[in-house]
Ligand binder design. Structure first.
Ligand code: NAP
Length: 276
């Protein structure tokens, strides 16, 4: 069973765990999300250099079984034996005995076959239940699938939002064809200025007004309308967490989708994958 397949919405954690003064509100935000049924949580050893995993550990304490837990290993820790140790460190910070989905954060210098071998060993030991990749473009996916253990890749996490629709040209269709869910990161545009530009778009605001929703909710609803895609916005403000959950109930009409397509056209040729 693919751990991501039944999710359309998850909770991101980038920039959490960086400042102890914010830890309590971050934990509460994740717990509110869990209470609202957003049980997929995405983190990484990189975020806050382990701090985000600690925040997640605090948020899921006593309710681990409710959660689908995703974490990521740094490329420089993704060697055959290094990955065993990196995973153990993540498990300790998360306060759990298993990670549901463990991703290679991006492609680095370690041969893919070595990382996959390391992932297989972790899976055999029950430390991770599934593994996958992040920031892999189509050629990387094709190569990965040919490597031993590559056929078990359970997700590819990439940047995808209304303003960055490059993956719709080839990567997303390819992932669908191979039954590999795509996790859309930065679904609301991480960068504040880029986000403001997105939310100020007249077409997005027009669709939002039709639904009595916010531009952010429509940006998420657009992603929910894509087959095989799960969006993982990060939200610390409780109103944002609630709004993101409520966005799951918005059903965009063909007219809405046409309005969005005209304002944010999908590319008609291959473009390189957006990477943060
Ligand atoms: P994002 O989720 O698109 O945007 C986060 C920003 O949007 C925060 O400032 C948040 O504010 C705000 N926000 C959230 N919900 C909102 C709403 N309903 N209305 C208005 N604003 C809202 O960007 P992201 O954090 O870059 O991406 C999401 C997650 O993807 C990350 O946290 C991380 O888990 C993952 N990610 C993975 C990679 C990778 O290489 N694999 C790269 C980047 C991100 P508040 O926090 O103040 O509520």
């Amino acid at each position: 069973m693919n751990p991501i397949a039944q999710h359309r919405l998850g909770q991101g954690t980038w920039y959490m765990g960086e400042d102890p003064a914010h830890q309590d509100e971050e934990v509460r935000a994740l717990q509110l999300g869990l209470d609202l049924g957003i049980t997929l949580v995405d983190t990484a050893e990189m975020y806050g250099e382990g701090g985000a995993e600690r925040v997640v550990g605090a948020a899921i304490a006593g309710r681990r079984d409710e959660v689908t837990l995703v974490s990521k290993v740094y490329p420089h820790n993704a060697g055959r034996s290094e990955v065993q140790r990196a995973c153990e460190r993540s498990l300790a910070r998360l306060g759990t005995d298993r990670i549901d989905l463990y991703l290679l954060h991006w492609r680095g210098g370690v041969p893919l076959a070595e990382t996959l071998e390391g992932f297989e060993k972790l899976r055999a030991a029950g430390k991770i239940l599934a593994y996958g990749v992040s920031n892999f473009d189509t050629a990387d996916m094709q190569e990965a699938l040919r490597a031993p253990g590559g056929k078990a890749i359970a997700a590819n996490q990439v940047m995808y939002n209304l303003r960055r629709r490059g993956i719709e040209f080839d990567l997303l269709p390819w992932c669908r064809e191979h039954g590999i869910p795509v996790m859309a990161y930065s679904p609301l545009e991480s960068d504040r200025r880029e986000q403001q530009r997105l939310f100020a778009d007249p077409a997005l605001r027009q669709v939002a007004a039709r639904h009595g929703a916010t531009p952010a909710q429509i940006a998420l609803a657009f992603l929910f309308a894509q087959d095989g895609v799960c969006a993982i916005p990060k939200a610390v403000q409780p109103d944002h967490v609630r709004a993101n959950r409520a966005a799951l109930d918005i059903v965009l009409t063909p007219e809405d989708l046409a309005t969005l397509d005209a304002a944010f056209p999908a590319p008609k040729r291959k473009v390189a994958l957006d990477i943060l």
